[in-house]
Ligand binder design. Sequence first.
Ligand code: ATP
Length: 328
Amino acid sequence: MTVEIKKIGVFTSGGDSPGMNAAIRSVVRTCAYMKIDCMGIYRGYQGMIEGDFKPMDARSVNNIINKGGTILKSARSLEFQTKEGRKKAYDQLQSAGIDGLVVIGGDGSFTGALIFHKEYNVPIIGIPGTIDNDIFGTTYTLGFDTALNTVVEVIDKIRDTASSHNRLFFVEVMGRDVGHIALNAGVGAGAEEILIPEENLGLERLLESLKRSKASGKSSSIVVVAEGDKTGKNVFELKEYVEEHLPIYDCRVSVLGHMQRGGSPSCFDRVLASRMGVKAVEALLEGKSSLMVGIQDNKITLTPISKAIKGHTKIDKELMRVSDIMTV
Ligand code: ATP
């Protein structure tokens, strides 16, 4: 059953990522262009339950394309995971006249969206906003490119001090389940070794590589470690292990943490967000639902949310080979 859409609600949910504001702007302006109403829903599903809504017109999103975070705020809502919570959310949407939703978020937010659609048949389209790039059905998620640029810039700075003191730095980056940030930023920043969750090359190989690196005359070394790497040691334990087995190295640790999620979005993320927002509204107006907007082969695509949340992204093997060759 399709319903005629007159008012779209847009919200951000789960962890924030750069580019979310650009996506909100795009959804709001596309609604204005199509002459339908748009309502901003604050604090994700929790705000939906509480009816924390505000009408948005084209001018309400002036000067946000360049801002990190999300003007609509984000939240994690336990209440939405209950039937009673979702009923409250539905009642709030009904009384506000919202008949279609655009959710900007990650896996969890999409899972909630799917359940909600099944229960209440509210059409809903997802835009993948997360720096981890771990959502199936899109080559890039919103925020990934910005996060890479942030990480590379910081590693460049760390390398300045590493080479001044002949030090080895272990730099921990985000990525509990996937190593996309570590691999891409590692290659971009010229890291000597990159440790990711998808691959366990073992500690011996790390020591060998570092020995080779020293012997070849390198004055500094950077090892990029994804949070979820498979060595079985956290970044501090790795440092201790290497210091113990390779005393020639003076080691330091830098954990980048939440700085990776902040900052002004890159041009790539702003353009991607603009394209995705338009597609999300168009899809709703075409009577579609439960789909996620993505980008594949530089084309904007739609993938069933059910597939997006079940599928797994794959690490780029070619890039892993490039990384190996670069550290000769
Ligand atoms: P990130 O990738 O940054 O973690 P996310 O969208 O995966 O983003 P979650 O905290 O997992 O973030 O989910 C966001 C919200 O989605 C939750 O707080 C909850 O309100 C809703 N949600 C998640 N899983 C479910 C579920 N099984 N049923 C209903 N709602 C859910």
